[in-house]
Design a protein around this ligand. Structure first.
Ligand SMILES: Nc1ncnc2c1ncn2[C@@H]1O[C@H](COP(=O)(O)OP(=O)(O)OP(=O)(O)O)[C@@H](O)[C@H]1O
Length: 229
């Protein structure tokens, strides 16, 4: 039984990729991981140890081979693709290292595109309020090419939060941001997650970033595949 206070719970999650020669390459073997509402957790670990694979597994973007992932009491990974996409759109925001904004659209349009897969009507005032919350009230009608990288990442954060998710997955969100602006993005992510009551799971390579979090998980310690290597 899942604890009522647990938002996400992974049990015995295993994931392997198939190598070109047909061999299986084990990537994840996680006995247990729990995320509670409002948690702010950092995942760190050496390159290739499976951090992105873990985020993708939690988001249902990559199938797992065995074990279970419960999200708010639902095994949404086991839904058919359309149901899975809709569940993800409602409950999970994802911030990519490379922002993934569409260049032909303004900041406001990019954020509103984040509402596409929910099946709900688009809420323009929610998108505007979030852009204001991340400090971009004056840049809403700019396209990505005329925004700084920090502003682009702020737009990506607003897009990830626009559907009021319960969990924000952030994959090295400061990796492409110059050191002077990295702290601003970390502060903004943390503040906006508290304001929006969103739990955050952030992957980072940066000790300057991870040192600021109380809850840091070294994937090498959690992941039996890496421990055994
Ligand atoms: N689709 C795939 N098919 C086969 N192997 C893959 C696939 N995706 C990732 N891998 C391999 O799985 C391992 C884990 O990749 P992953 O991207 O999760 O690592 P990571 O810890 O996020 O790395 P980094 O810190 O460098 O971003 C790597 O060795 C990678 O080459």
């Amino acid at each position: 039984m899942s604890d009522k206070k647990t938002l996400v719970e992974l049990k015995n999650v295993q994931k392997a990729y198939r190598e070109p020669n047909g061999d299986l390459l084990p990537i994840l073997d996680i006995e247990h991981l729990a995320i509670s509402p409002g948690d702010q957790i950092v995942i760190r670990g050496r390159s290739g140890c499976g951090k992105t694979t873990l985020l993708h597994a939690i988001a249902g973007l990559t199938p797992i081979d065995s074990g279970s992932i419960m999200f708010a009491g639902v095994r949404f990974h086991e839904l058919a693709e359309a149901g899975r996409d809709r569940f993800r759109a409602h409950h999970i925001g994802y911030v990519f290292q490379t922002f993934n904004l569409l260049p032909a659209f303004t900041a406001l349009e990019n954020v509103m595109l984040g509402m596409t897969f929910t099946g709900r009507p688009k809420d323009r005032s929610r998108a505007i309020a979030l852009l204001e919350e991340v400090g971009l009230g004056h840049r809403m009608h700019h396209k990505p090419s005329s925004m700084s990288v920090g502003e682009q990442q702020r737009t990506a954060v607003a897009r990830a939060l626009v559907n009021k998710p319960k969990l924000l997955l952030a994959d090295e969100p400061t990796a492409n941001i110059d050191p002077g602006h990295q702290q601003q993005v970390v502060d903004m992510l943390r503040e906006v997650c508290v304001q929006e009551q969103v739990a955050m799971l952030m992957v980072t390579h940066s000790p300057e970033v991870s040192d600021q979090f109380d809850h840091v998980i070294a994937l090498e310690e959690l992941n039996r595949v890496v421990r055994a290597a």
